[in-house]
Design a protein around this ligand. Structure first.
Ligand code: G6P
Ligand code: ZN
Length: 559
């Protein structure tokens, strides 16, 4: 057993080490600056809630993107320097965000550090990120991330141990004095978890009985490849060709690892060409997902509503019960109708997965989801792409017991027939100068605030404004208030628009416009989304004056 010595290294602060919604995300070149990463890691250790890093056990994972190995080496040296007792590291630095959350909880560690910029492109000229998760397995609360930021602004030294280089490929423990590094298989614990949550036998039998029900899962060269192969091929018996782009690559093969209709277009094309009934894609770190089968795109807002609708057939919820459901504010109100029908609590929180954590810790929330391709449950504290796919497969297999031949389209249709359909669309204006973006928001804030007397009741095309507000959230568990979380405008026909600024962009400001139009007319359920909501989009542009204030004539992304 070799030991080590610790050196105090003088350093100077960098500006802007302020963690956003999901950690610190910057260009790789920014992290590569002298001491930049070490400063931030030291700030995390200094900000760790009591009892601090001394004697702590932490999990280290990530999506394997470019610069991960360098960052892990720094974390190892600084962890030992700060008297951390143990690091549990995913082999080759690979551990999806949901899998990391699981291990933090399962091994009752003091938290974890996740190296990812989620769905942002990777590689020497793209993004890297560092996120700190707490002992409950979820993103650290704002009180902690604010402390990290404050410390980073005044940092003048870090503690570094001369731990020899360890191979991240060799499984097992290595000990240096009082410090241990354990390299673990990234997939095993996660597979064990999901096998307890879902009815694997039912899904497997469904595939045996329906060999034409083909599945195509696209990992977009992110972290989910090894998980997808183990679960869909080895456990559920699907052919190896059911998983594609499954080798995690530091630059995601040059692609944008974001599972939506724009960036997963090659998957969508392939599904259409080969008539595949069930397809899915995941983002870089595995917490987001998209479901798309031949001719059927599952809008994330519908997905969470449908999973909640069928919760009683999923083993995990059979044993825990449906304690409550939740969505982020801009997510469509499809979930609200299910909550009403099932007579369970519905919570509407600001955008950001962390807002669900308190409700889960308090035992008040089982299933939640967001329009931004994230869905999950209280079995962990992160959203989870593979979890959502398994939930859907479990539902499809169960529905087929009584209605053979049912696929995604039939399940959507049944849902609309019971509840009506929310046509839903989001448009994004990216890299807008902050000042211009703020002008849009200030203008809207005025409309739903000081000027509401003249704004409410006004008509835009076929839509008459009923009311609106600037969303404010009061956390029902700790009473904390989050204000200015987005402008909501409701119309007399039940339609709604929401406009807010993204909290995750890495350059300039991103304006998001979400429109939703409700229909209870079955002859409309098969309409395409865009024509169904075009009038509402026009109204949103007229109201927000986005074109006028930003000079943009069309959005950059439509999902
Ligand atoms: C991350 C967060 C989500 C959030 C999404 C979009 O994935 O974990 O909770 O919905 O980003 O956030 P934004 O502020 O960019 O709309
Ligand atoms: Zn992600």
């Amino acid at each position: 057993m070799s030991t080590f010595t610790v050196k105090t290294v003088p350093t100077t602060p960098y500006e802007g080490q302020k963690p956003g919604t999901s950690g610190l995300r910057k260009r790789v070149k920014v992290f590569q600056q002298e001491n930049y990463t070490a400063n931030f890691i030291q700030a995390i250790f200094d900000a760790m809630p009591s009892p601090g890093p001394k004697g702590a056990t932490l999990v280290v994972g990530g999506d394997g993107r470019y610069y991960s190995e360098d960052a892990i080496k720094i974390i190892i040296r600084l962890a030992a320097g700060n008297e951390v007792a143990k690091l549990i590291v995913g082999q080759n630095g690979i551990l999806s965000t949901p899998a990391t959350s699981n291990i933090i909880r399962k091994r009752q560690t003091n938290g974890g550090i996740i190296l990812t910029a989620s769905h942002n492109p990777g590689g020497p000229n793209h993004d890297f990120g560092i996120k700190f998760n707490s002992s409950n397995g979820g993103s650290a609360p704002e009180a902690v991330t604010n402390r990290v930021y404050e410390i980073s602004r005044n940092i003048n030294q870090y503690y570094e141990a001369n731990i020899p280089e360890v191979s991240l490929a060799s499984l097992g423990k290595q000990t240096f004095g009082n410090f241990t590094i354990e390299i673990i298989n990234p997939v095993n614990d996660y597979v064990e978890l999901v096998k307890e949550l879902f009815d694997f036998d039912l899904i497997k039998n469904f595939f045996v009985k329906n060999p034409n029900y083909k599945v195509l899962v696209d990992s977009l060269h992110g972290v989910t490849g090894p998980y997808a192969i183990r679960i869909f091929v080895n456990e559920l018996g699907l052919p190896r060709s059911s998983v594609q782009n499954d080798v995690p690559l530091p630059d995601f093969g040059g692609s944008h690892p974001d599972p939506n209709l724009v960036y997963a277009k090659s998957l969508v094309d392939r599904i259409e060409e080969l008539d595949i009934p069930f397809g899915a894609a995941f983002d870089g770190d595995g917490d987001r997902h998209m479901i798309y089968g031949k001719g059927a795109f599952v809008v994330p807002s519908d997905s969470v509503a449908i999973i909640a609708e069928y919760a009683s057939i999923i083993p995990y919820f059979q044993s825990t019960g449906l304690k409550g459901v939740a969505r982020s504010m801009p997510t469509s109100r499809a979930l609200d109708l299910v909550a009403q029908d099932k007579n369970v609590d519905l919570f509407v929180v600001p955008t950001g997965w962390k807002f669900f954590g308190n409700l889960m810790d308090a035992g008040r929330l089982s299933i939640c989801g967001e329009e931004s391709f994230g869905t999950g449950a209280d079995c962990i504290r992160e959203k989870d792409g593979i979890w959502a796919i398994l939930a859907w497969l479990n539902i499809i297999a169960k529905v087929n017991e009584t209605k053979p031949g049912s696929g995604i389209k039939d399940i959507l249709r049944m849902h609309y027939e019971k509840y009506g359909r929310y046509f839903y669309l989001r448009t994004d204006y990216e890299e807008v100068e902050s000042e211009k973006a703020n002008r849009v928001i200030d203008h809207l804030r005025d409309l739903v605030g000081p000027s509401k007397g003249t704004f409410f009741g006004k008509t835009f095309g076929e839509f008459t404004v009923k009311d609106g507000d600037d969303f404010e959230y009061r956390d029902p568990v700790d009473g904390s208030i989050s204000s200015h979380q987005g402008i909501r405008i409701y119309f007399t026909d039940g339609s709604r628009i929401v406009i807010r600024l993204s909290g995750t962009g890495s350059q300039g400001a991103t304006i998001r416009v979400y429109v939703e139009k409700y229909s209870k007319n079955p002859s409309e359920y098969d309409l395409e989304t865009l024509p169904a909501v075009q009038g509402l989009i026009d109204a949103s542009l007229e109201i927000s004056k986005i074109n006028e204030y930003t000079g943009r004539t069309k959005p950059d992304v439509v999902t």
